[in-house]
Ligand binder design. Structure first.
Ligand SMILES: *Cc1c(COP(=O)(O)O)cnc(C)c1O
Length: 457
């Protein structure tokens, strides 16, 4: 069919009401939350774009699979289904379930890193960086220069700068136990990595004898971008492209709350027997027996079914197009966003939109809070609050001050997205009225989750 309109490739079987609030209710709720939208009650949010993590709608087939969950402590049938699906997709020998992505990260890094080591990545996600740093190692972001410039258009802004990686491996290779690449690059704007770039990273890893791990949370979105944008892949299935991505790596960490289309779950997978043994031993200590890893049997079923659905081309076409659709509306309204649109989210350049607010007065927080007050929309700052505080206690502006509008999978319809676009344009039209914030209290790490703020006069 040759229609231009790309429709949601599903119909709705079950609905959940969302609550409309008055502006004074939102003002009170935000003040009570210390002007940090993480501390709001979700009930007081109309459209929740805080994250695409675990917030997706499961399919009727996933709910049906949940009823098939085998809750045996050891050797559950649901584990073997999960293992079969993950192995078919990734090809890795050892498939270790975890309750979510950061548990896979913690187990991988705790068993492989020592103080003074360096982990290169295109961009570390916040929990990835924190799990590297807690081991006394250093997380280095080596994304290409285009990936650091919001307005520069490039098809694969998540690519690793191969020159920088080569220099690191050449000068400090003895301190690098593994190389990571995040697909798509969440902290860099949900931007994809090309297969060609992954092959380049693989070649360097081979030359220096280093294992390559994918942070695979959005592997299916990345595979679909390769199909759309990289020469020679237009006729391949997203699954075949994903399989090739995994075949270039020695292992992966995964949050099934993203492209697992599940509400909880994750895994660590790898080929190396020695590393897998250490990982399973730590898993038993902190997550659970290796055939459930902190999950219920029914969770393993939901993830297995989700991993089969996520590579469906009709789903991915709708997914990538609906994010791009929001991006087009904002670009048409002159709102500065990271271009081109990412896979799972639109990232507004709050620093560019609000030049009157210096980075250390958190322009991202100002925009996030204005969107909530104006329209009941919850978004998230990805900027100086999230990345500006260093282990030694000093604070500097992050590379960018972004506001992420993350799109939960299969949850909102086009009219919800139209409403979001209208609200962002309305706030952007009054941008000169927005003021910055100061931090009243904050913990020493991952402060964005629980910090409390105060509006500046
Ligand atoms: C979400 C995410 C993680 C962590 O996964 P959780 O399930 O939230 O623990 C790691 N890396 C990337 C790129 C992510 O998006």
């Amino acid at each position: 069919m040759n229609f231009r309109t790309i429709i949601e490739p599903f119909r709705i079987k079950s609905v959940e009401a969302i609550k409309f609030t008055r502006r004074e209710d939102r003002e009170a709720a935000l003040a009570a939350a210390g002007y940090n939208v993480f501390l709001l009650h979700a009930e007081d949010v109309l459209i929740d774009l805080l994250t695409d993590s675990g917030t997706g709608a499961m399919s009727s087939a996933q709910w049906a699979a949940i009823m098939q969950g085998d809750e045996s402590y050891a050797g559950s049938r649901s584990y073997f289904r999960f293992e079969r699906v993950v192995r078919d997709l990734t090809g890795f020998r050892h498939i270790i379930p975890t309750h979510q992505g950061r548990a896979a990260e913690r187990i991988l890094f705790h068993t492989t890193l020592k103080v003074g080591d360096i982990v290169p990545n295109n961009n570390h996600f916040d929990t990835t960086r924190a799990n590297v740093e807690v081991e006394g190692a250093e997380a280095q972001d080596l994304v290409i220069a285009e990936g650091r410039q919001p307005s520069v258009i490039h098809p694969f802004k998540g690519n690793v700068d191969l020159g920088l990686l080569e220099r690191l491996l050449d000068q400090h290779g003895d301190r690098v136990p593994l190389v990571m690449v995040t697909v798509t690059n969440n902290s860099g704007g949900g931007q994809p990595v090309s297969l060609e770039n992954l092959r380049g990273v693989r070649a360097l890893c081979d030359r220096y004898g280093k294992p390559l791990f994918l942070d695979a949370c959005r592997f299916a979105e990345n595979a679909y971008f390769v199909k759309l944008r990289e020469a020679g892949h237009a006729d391949r299935t997203p699954k075949a492209i994903a399989q090739e991505m995994f075949a270039l790596a020695d292992g992966c960490t995964m949050s099934a709350k993203k492209d697992g289309l599940a509400n909880i779950g994750g895994f660590l997978a790898m080929n190396d027997d020695t590393w897998a043994l250490a990982a399973r031993n730590l898993l038993i200590l902190t997550e659970g027996f290796p055939t459930y890893g902190g999950l219920a049997g029914y969770d393993l079923e939901a993830v297995a079914q989700g991993l089969e659905e996520v590579v469906d081309e009709a789903y991915l076409r709708y997914r990538i197009r609906s994010t791009e659709y929001l991006g087009e509306k904002l670009i048409a309204g002159d709102v500065p966003i990271i271009r081109p649109a990412g896979g799972h989210a639109i990232y507004v350049d709050a620093r560019a939109l609000l030049p009157q607010i210096p980075p250390l007065e958190y322009p991202g927080v100002a925009l996030v809070n204005a969107l909530y007050l104006e329209a009941g929309i919850r978004s998230v700052e990805i900027g100086t609050v999230m990345f500006g505080l260093h282990p030694d206690g000093t604070e500097t502006p992050a590379a960018m001050d972004l506001v992420r509008l993350a799109i939960p999978r299969r949850v909102y319809t086009q009219s919800h997205v139209d409403y979001v676009a209208e609200a962002v344009l309305e706030v952007a039209g009054r941008r000169r009225e927005l003021r910055g914030y100061r931090i009243v209290s904050a913990p020493p790490t991952l402060r964005h989750f629980t910090a409390r703020f105060e509006p500046l006069p």
